[in-house]
Design a protein around this ligand. Sequence first.
Ligand code: CP
Length: 300
Amino acid sequence: MSQSLFTVSDFDSSFYKRLFARALEIESGAYKSPQELQSKSLGLLFFEPSSRTNWSFQKAGLDLGLRVMSTYVDEKTSLSKGESSQDTLELFINMGFDLIVTRSKFEDQLKDFFLKRTDQTFINAGFGSFAHPTQALLDAYTWSKDWSSQEAPKILILGDLKHSRVVRSHLRLASILGYQVGLCPLSGLGLEASEYEEFKPSEVFESREKALDWADIVMPLRAQKERFLSESQKSYVPKPLRADELKERHWLMHPGPITWGEDMENELMRYSKSLISQQQKSGVTCRAALISLLLEETTK
Ligand code: CP
């Protein structure tokens, strides 16, 4: 029986404490990958583009001494000849990897298939606008190292929330780890009213000024145009975050990729309290920690 990570709700806070402790050990060089882990294979199958998630999973696997194969499903694969994504994933599973990391568009069929295959350990590396668990985890790991206050941090997520798997993953993780999430969507790009039955943000703001007054950490998101369906969504008006809106106490994060000039003005490239570079580094250590813990579980 394998234990996979599809959404952050698949594990509890004690697992995530172990995960962050393992990531710290990896970062400090104290963790030595055991011999039995080094004989394992890691397969990455991406149906959607990615830079940081794909590369950091590959680097994490290499740092642990695993045998790593990464592939994108593009015109060179048999999907272009009419094979379904479900058959493509099944084929990849039959290659015999110990752990599979996969990213895909939202397809109910693929989600059900993913959840039913308890004989295969998976990590979800981004699934439509539904979930991107490792992004939320690496973000929380990143700020946890800088956050010395007794109070849980207040994270403000701005921009296109409607199409964001990152915001939904943070809303799930916040209820497990106990941090606060405030939302300030771009006009017409908020969550659906029905989603508030599942998701309980601490605050939802219309005014960005009030939102920024509330926040400790500010996380603008890009408009995910590849998921826009209606003409009204396509005619959205960007509202880049400006340097003069940020106060001294604000930390700045962005899961990437960033559309400079749309999500944030270019001046914020030099923001002194930016954690963006740290997020990219945490991507490797957090994912290495997760891979090692999941593979340990399957070898018990
Ligand atoms: N944050 C994130 O998922 O980035 P990539 O699409 O580059 O992997």
